[in-house]
Design a protein around this ligand. Structure first.
Ligand code: PRP
Length: 193
């Protein structure tokens, strides 16, 4: 594990290039796949006014691009779940809702929008909670799936990409809170993992 001050120094000196081993999914690949997901969701939810629920903070880029590709009328709302300390390497704990929905989801068609399903605990916690509120349907749309790390079963209806067990960042996913803004998904150099 790198010294945090070395990491910040490298970021301030060279930006993301200091930490990037390689690009795993390009901006073009993301755009193409998200357009396909948007078409599929538009078809499946035609006439149903789904509620897209973005899980902050990682899901924000994906939601923003996905909703532009959904042609059927829909609403959006946000939740935040905290399961880690500061930084992706911190010890994980029990997921905790830190921001709940403003929307009453009884009889609504709810689609959870997540950046990544890793162990599965975060989305499992949200699914269990929202199911108690009697939605008409409740499904998961995830940009990335890391099956090698799964600890609990998660039903993913819409999936962008299955990825290997590597430390990824960019496009909503952070590296110690940096680089959520990158338009691609990159793999972190081994020495900074
Ligand atoms: C990340 C990611 C998912 C979760 C996936 O969130 O956005 O919500 O971890 O991991 P899991 O499947 O093992 O639960 P994080 O807690 O890092 O917060 P963030 O979205 O604010 O970065």
């Amino acid at each position: 594990m790198p010294d945090p001050s070395d990491l910040i120094e490298a970021i301030n000196r060279d930006g993301y290039r200091a930490l990037l081993d390689r690009v795993l999914i390009t901006e073009e690949q993301l755009g193409r796949r998200i357009a396909e997901l948007g078409e599929q969701i538009s078809r499946d939810y035609a006439g149903k006014t789904p509620l897209l629920v973005c899980i902050l903070r990682g899901g924000v880029m994906f939601l923003a691009d996905l909703m532009k590709r959904i042609t059927t009328p829909h609403h959006v709302d946000f939740m935040a779940v905290s399961s880690y300390g500061i930084g992706a390497r911190a010890t994980r704990g029990q997921p905790r809702i830190t921001l709940d929905l403003n929307t009453d989801i009884r009889d609504r068609h709810v689609l959870l929008v997540e950046d990544i399903i890793d162990s599965g605990h975060t989305i499992d916690h949200v699914l269990r909670l929202l199911q108690t509120r009697d939605p008409a349907s409740l499904r998961v749309c995830a940009l990335l799936n890391k099956p090698a790390r799964r600890e609990v079963y998660v039903p993913i209806t819409y999936l962008g990409f299955e990825i290997p067990d590597e430390f990824v960042f960019g496009y909503g996913l952070d590296l110690d809170e940096y680089f959520r803004n990158l338009p691609f998904i990159g793999v972190v150099k081994k020495e900074y993992q």
